[in-house]
Each structure stands twice: as C-alpha cells, then as structure tokens.
Design a protein around this ligand. Structure first.
Ligand SMILES: [Mg+2]
Length: 168
C-alpha cells in the first residue's frame, strides 16, 4: 500500500530534476501534471523560467506530454504553447490518462517518468502503472479546498514513509 504512494524521487523543485539520472534509467518521456506543477493553480500563464526550462527539456530530446485532472481548454492552452500532447479530465489516479499519454508518446511505462505535485493523484497513478514517479513541491500554497485537505493526508503519508525508511 505505502509503496504505491512512495515517489521515486523528491527534488527540491522542477529545476532540480536530474535528467542525466533519468537518461541512465532509460527514461525517454516525461508526463507532467499541470496545476501547481508547471503553472500555479490560480494562474493561466506559465512563468517564463518554467516555460524556458520545459523548452530545454524538449531540446534534450525527451518526449513530453501533459496529463491533468483539470478541464480541456485550460490544459490545451498550455499544451499548445509547448506544442506537446495532453490529456484533460484524466481523473488521476485513474490509469487511462497515463495510458493514453504513453500511447501518444509511443513509450512503455518503464521508459517514462511522471512529474507532479500530488501524492494521491500523480504519484499514486504513476506508481500504479510502473512509471518513475517524481514528486515536486506545489508552485503555490493557494489551492482548491479539496486539495488542501489532501495535503494533510499527504503529510501523514510522508511521516509513515519516513518511518518505514522508504524516503529520507
Ligand atoms: Mg497538480
């Protein structure tokens, strides 16, 4: 149970993701969550530094797609800006959004990482499919009220994972 909630990596921020390590692991594609991972939850714009960083990631040759639980137009706008495929209303931790992204990228789960800010959607969903899961801190503390409740549950899980020695 706890293994499914345990991220494979917990970098300080997006910018600290170790792409050389991902390449060594055979990772060729990255699925990004949208809200509070690459854009703040309360904004419809990407920060220029994140936009530049994502362009760099694409430039390194990684395939990129966005899988979001948010609605279509919001997700499409950002995906179009980056010129990457997307799945909206993915109902993560359901598997179908991730599966659809894998099919579009023509990659297997063992070749793909997922980057997201939520344990119960991004990390749980990614682990269910055997993706390499990267848990990043949310871009803003301003969140949907349901998410705030999940944050309390996340901190409880993190304490359990630490106690079990699964994460540092
Ligand atoms: Mg998110």
């Amino acid at each position: 149970m706890y293994q499914l909630l345990c991220p494979d990596a917990m970098p300080e921020s997006l910018f600290d993701i170790d792409f050389d390590k991902l390449t060594d692991l055979g990772i060729k594609g990255i699925i990004f969550d949208l809200d509070n991972t690459i854009i703040p939850w309360d904004s419809s714009e990407m920060c220029p530094d994140i936009c530049a960083w994502l362009t760099e990631v694409l430039g390194k040759g990684f395939k990129v797609s966005i899988v979001s639980n948010n609605w279509h137009s919001r997700v499409r706008k950002i995906a179009n800006r980056l010129d990457v495929p997307f799945v909206a209303r993915a109902y993560k931790p359901a598997k179908f959004g991730f599966r659809s992204a894998l099919a579009t990228m023509e990659l297997g789960p063992e070749e793909t990482a997922v980057v997201g800010d939520q344990l119960f959607t991004d990390v749980l969903g990614g682990n269910r499919l055997g993706l390499f899961t990267i848990w990043v801190k949310p871009l803003t503390r301003n969140e949907f009220v349901g998410t705030k409740i999940k944050r309390y549950m996340e901190s409880w899980v993190v304490r359990r994972l630490r106690a079990k020695g699964l994460i540092r």
